[in-house]
Design a protein around this ligand. Structure first.
Ligand SMILES: O=C(O)CCC(=O)C(=O)O
Ligand SMILES: [Fe+2]
Length: 282
């Protein structure tokens, strides 16, 4: 049981978060593997070498009351994504890229945002990361949507709540760098959806990705431009996930980005393990 391995203070933080989830949570100093497993160079690796990272990662999700989610059209349908530089994907707008930045976005914004949507068709509630190594010290930047909205006119927010936007799928859905095999086609576009909506707990939810959303009317496009300008003016908060670190954030209340970086030597480059999750059914 992971609970028996963790300090009381950590367990208390997990219990507190589970009762009242903050937009994000960070932990450090978690159990790590003794073996020096090289960073995967092309996205995937032997999961048998990662028993401890997986036990810690999935154990933490369980303690937080979250269920892992995978999508059939990305990452070969696997639960854990190796967020690591891959030479073949250097300039891609995916978590395997590094030479270009990933600008502010939410993940899988092309999926369903309704609270009663099927888990395997819905926007992931949370992104969770377990750190294998990050000697380059490259953070994941976070930006709460509330911070963006604080400086936007109410009329703009109202326009963003209209079902007046189209969203296209991200590059990671069957990207050229990830041979598709027999995977089913991803939903290429979702039409007539809002950018902002109200979550069951009353917070504002957001779906966003530059170049992935368009307004269907002049008013919708105008509101989107105002939103993009405001987002571009925000700095956000850097979260550094290093070896033995864990980070979970709400993919509907928070946007994230990663700046371009120069990876350390092959086998030792930045390596985070990412798993999508959703609030477990009661
Ligand atoms: O590399 C990172 O810090 C985050 C990459 C990203 O956008 C993701 O994994 O969804
Ligand atoms: Fe992302």
């Amino acid at each position: 049981m992971l609970g028996e391995q963790l300090p009381t203070a950590t367990l208390e933080r997990l219990t507190h978060w589970r009762r009242a989830p903050a937009p994000w949570l960070e932990l450090t100093g978690l159990p790590q593997t003794d073996a020096d497993v090289p960073t995967p160079r092309a996205g995937f690796c032997d999961e048998a070498l990662l028993r401890i990272p997986n036990l810690v990662h999935f154990g933490l999700l369980r303690l937080l009351g979250l269920e892992p989610v995978a999508y059939r059209w990305e990452n070969h349908g696997r639960l854990v994504r190796n967020v690591a530089p891959s030479a073949g994907a250097a300039r891609s707008q995916t978590s395997w890229g590094y030479a270009t930045g990933l600008d502010w976005h939410t993940d899988d914004s092309v999926l369903d945002h309704h609270p009663d949507g099927a888990p395997e068709e819905s926007i992931p509630h949370f992104l969770s990361f377990y750190g294998m190594r990050n000697t380059e010290r490259v953070p994941t930047w976070l930006l709460p949507v509330d911070e963006v909205l604080a400086d936007l006119p109410a009329t703009t927010a109202t326009a963003l709540r209209q079902p007046a936007f189209d969203v296209t799928a991200p590059e990671s859905y069957g990207a050229a760098s990830e041979p598709c095999g027999g995977r089913p086609a991803a939903p290429p576009v979702r039409s007539g959806v809002p950018i902002l909506w109200t979550l069951p707990d009353g917070h504002t939810g957001v779906r966003y990705g530059p170049g992935r959303v368009t307004g269907r009317t002049a008013a919708a496009q105008e509101a989107l431009t105002r939103f993009a300008e405001r987002v571009a003016a925000c700095k956000g908060v850097p979260i550094m996930v290093e070896a033995g670190g864990f980070h979970v954030f709400d993919n509907r209340r928070v946007m994230h980005r990663r700046l371009p970086f120069e990876p350390a030597a092959p086998d030792h480059a930045r390596w985070l393990r990412r798993c999508y999750a959703r609030t477990a059914a009661a």
